[in-house]
Design a protein around this ligand. Structure first.
Ligand code: PRX
Length: 656
């Protein structure tokens, strides 16, 4: 309710400047409406035209959408292409010398890589992969620092038709192991260490641990990039150095031409139940989404210096670092480090130094940047900026205003982009030269995206009413399935009871205002959004229960000033209910345990102990009640069905 209320009170509207609109790819609402109308009148014709205009096809497609087996839709399926060719080779005749990547390391060294050089590096590495017998359809785990080489690894997989699965460098050995096994990976590409904010994270060591956890016989090769030169253990049957295997490799590598539907990658993301889901994306449809949104939402111009701060371990780092900008032929910044090192002005310094025009980041980063120094941006020359972007969670109007005024100097539109790992590219976002902006709203769907808000029966809700956010028609960049689990794919995203299994259910609730603007209210399932990252409550609960001292655990979210949401865990121990010093000891032990099981991002902010958890008589944990407790609010819910009301007192006062 509080979200809806705050949204209703937000009446500020910001128009794009005429300077911005005049040179924008979509300069006004009318042009946007024409595109929408085109899509409405001839949906398939519209998408076919985009796919022909934006992608270089090795063999053109004749089939636009194959919907014989919904929801397993296929787009442009008899078309043949290579994604890496579309990101690199296509630029060689026109802009081989243009810088593709401006890389800045943690300690500040800058390396610039042109399209020609990037092409060479990708080809050499692709040849090296082939030399290790890695071929089309093989799964390759990438567990790398945020560096040019991570992009080279992804592009090289795409070039040979291998399916990459990037695992965020902050995930633990256990999480990495789970993904290796689920993917049946044949190879892992990693580094000796990752360096962020001068801290070293031993990636190779974590890979070794994961490979010692069993069921990993599929892995034949571990390719190690030497980042720091730290000593690492080497298994000569399996491990090779990146720099050694690329030596002697040809700088040409004929791309593997694949069907548009060939999986480009899988990326694991949290769901409300069970293990993480391997979201599987296609080649043609995915690339089209990434490229079109660069053009429409980031209003790409060839003079832009684009900077998306997301790590390649997340979907944002796939679509708007590894693929979209390169498909467009853009120059982009890749930064290895963190915003606070060595000074709190690091981000602003990077924008100033590299003359960044387009800066895309997350609300959690914006809030921590405010905390680091709300007035800091004023000390830097940020005049190169022309467009700002936000992603990952609803941006609160205060953070929006600060971003707009202090960073964009009231000159730069902000594109608040709503999308998901599963949608592959932006779905609802402002067209910056055309849309008046409202702080906190992601505005309206992209042309060709039929987003709507429906009730439990799948009927459109009245304007102003909250409901489930759905996308009514299939679209090219959507996930194709969940790796190895088509039933889970169908049941999660196309449930029978909502719109008869026809609609893509995003898992978010939303509402539309009188102007048709969308406002995202939050998740409808048990998924938390911590610092813009999705964490399933079940995953954290399973991790806690895996500890020998824990009998039962329930996890909920509570609002957090920087992270958006923080993890609060309610725990029942097997032994005695802890008192005195043992409380803090146990809390620290369990927090570290979760960090080890999943990764530091999942560490509970707070742990509270009880002799039991509040349950209904049928034994269901009353999560709503736990949310109230976590927020420190008074309980106003009906607790008459509660089996053990006394436990509430324990869980209330026992804040860790
Ligand atoms: O709840 C929505 C929120 O993030 C979820 C998707 O998370 P993930 O797959 O990790 O992808 C994040 C980066 C695309 C959504 O279901 N979300 C993402 N962007 C926004 C958002 N919520 C509100 N506004 C946004 N702009």
């Amino acid at each position: 309710m509080t979200t809806i209320e705050s949204v209703l009170n937000e009446t500020r509207v910001f128009q794009p400047s005429s300077d911005f609109s005049q040179r924008a790819n979509i300069p006004d609402i009318k042009t946007y409406q024409v595109l929408c109308k085109e899509a409405e009148q001839d949906y398939l014709g519209f998408w076919a035209k985009q796919a022909r205009n934006h992608i270089i096809w090795h063999q053109p497609f004749t089939s636009i959408l194959d919907n014989h087996e919904p929801p397993f839709y296929k787009w442009f399926s008899d078309g043949v292409l290579n994604v890496s060719y579309n990101c690199l080779d296509r630029h060689l005749s026109t802009q081989a010398d243009k810088v593709a990547i401006i890389f800045e390391s943690d300690s500040g060294e800058v390396t610039k890589t042109t399209y020609e050089e990037l092409h060479r590096q990708v080809c050499q590495f692709a040849n090296a992969l082939k030399n290790q017998n890695i071929t089309k359809g093989d799964r390759v785990i990438i567990y790398m620092p945020m560096r040019t080489e991570a992009v080279v690894a992804m592009q090289a997989c795409a070039r040979i038709g291998a399916i990459h699965s990037v695992v965020f460098g902050g995930f633990s050995a256990k999480s990495l192991h789970e993904r290796i096994v689920d993917a049946g990976a044949v190879a892992i590409i990693t580094a000796d260490e990752q360096v962020r904010g001068s801290k070293h994270n031993p990636l190779k060591d974590t890979v070794d641990q994961a490979l010692n956890m069993g069921d990993t016989d599929s892995v034949k090769h571990v390719i190690v990039y030497r980042r720091t030169g730290a000593a690492v253990s080497f298994n000569s049957d399996r491990d090779v150095w990146w720099h050694e295997i690329v030596q002697q490799q040809s700088v040409d590598c004929e791309p593997e031409w694949v069907s548009s539907e060939h999986p480009l990658f899988t990326l694991y993301t949290s769901g409300s139940t069970g293990k993480p889901k391997g979201v599987q994306h296609s080649s043609g449809g995915y690339l089209l989404g990434a490229k079109l949104s660069m053009q429409w939402i980031f209003d790409y111009h060839s003079s832009d210096i684009f900077w998306c701060t997301a790590d390649v371990g997340w979907i944002t780092g796939h679509s708007y670092v590894a693929y979209g900008p390169l498909a467009m032929g853009a120059t982009q910044v890749i930064f290895e480090g963190i915003p606070t090192y060595p000074t709190p002005g690091r981000f602003w310094e990077i924008i100033q130094k590299h003359r960044v025009t387009t800066f895309y980041t997350a609300p959690t980063a914006i809030r921590s940047l405010i905390k680091l120094g709300a007035d800091l941006p004023a000390r830097y020359d940020l005049s190169s900026l022309r467009l700002l972007g936000s992603v990952g969670e609803p941006i609160n109007p205060e953070a929006w205003m600060w971003f707009y005024e202090k960073v964009g100097q009231s000159r730069c539109p902000i594109v608040d982009t709503w999308w998901q790992t599963e949608t592959g590219s932006h779905m609802i976002a402002p067209i910056p030269g055309a849309f008046p902006l409202k702080p906190g709203s992601c505005t309206m769907p992209l042309p060709g995206i039929v987003a709507a808000i429906v009730d439990e029966a799948g009927h459109d809700v009245e304007q102003g009413k909250g409901g489930f956010l759905v996308i009514k028609k299939p679209f090219p960049s959507q996930l194709r399935t969940l790796w190895g689990d088509p039933d889970r794919f169908r049941n999660t995203y196309f449930p029978k009871d909502i719109g008869n299994g026809q609609y893509y259910l995003a898992g978010d609730s939303a509402y539309r205002d009188k102007d048709g603007y969308f406002w995202i209210m939050g998740r409808i399932d048990d998924v938390l959004n911590v610092s813009g990252h999705r964490l399933g409550t079940m995953e954290i609960e399973s991790a806690l229960v895996a500890h020998p001292s824990v009998a039962e655990a329930a996890v909920v979210g509570k609002p957090h000033a920087i992270k958006g949401e923080a993890v609060v865990a309610f725990v029942v121990l097997k032994g005695a209910y802890p008192t005195g010093d043992t409380v803090t000891e146990m809390i620290n032990l369990l927090r570290d345990w979760v960090a080890k099981e999943i990764g530091p991002i999942a560490k509970p902010e707070e742990i509270r102990f009880g002799e039991n958890l509040p349950k209904t008589r049928s034994g269901k944990i009353m999560r709503r009640l736990l949310r109230t407790l976590a927020r420190g609010e008074e309980i106003t819910q009906d607790i008459s069905t509660l089996e053990n009301p006394a436990v509430l007192e324990q869980l209330k006062k026992n804040a860790g």
